[in-house]
Design a protein around this ligand. Structure first.
Ligand SMILES: [Zn+2]
Length: 84
């Protein structure tokens, strides 16, 4: 692999890039690539927007039906009983 990674390599490594998990030389190559490549820069913007979307979808529902709430309580009580 040359210093400048291809679009495919950049897009494959973007998650690790955003987490800072790549070695410096690799990060630098991706950074330079992102300066010149609108496609990959757009890909990165999309990825950065994603955690907000994922968090929103994982948030506890605010309108839990009472039956579901009771069922959850029953499950939690049963689990507590099961512990020594
Ligand atoms: Zn690219």
């Amino acid at each position: 692999m040359s210093f400048l990674p291809s679009c495919h390599e950049v897009q494959t490594d973007l998650t690790e890039y955003t987490e800072g998990a790549l070695p410096f030389s690799r990060r630098a190559g991706i950074w330079v690539h992102l300066l010149f490549c609108r496609v990959c820069a757009g890909f990165l913007r999309g990825m950065k927007a994603l955690p907000g979307v994922a968090k929103a979808s994982l948030a506890a529902p605010t309108d839990v039906p009472e039956a579901a709430s009771r069922a959850l309580d029953a499950v939690q009580a049963a689990l507590k009983k099961g512990k020594p």
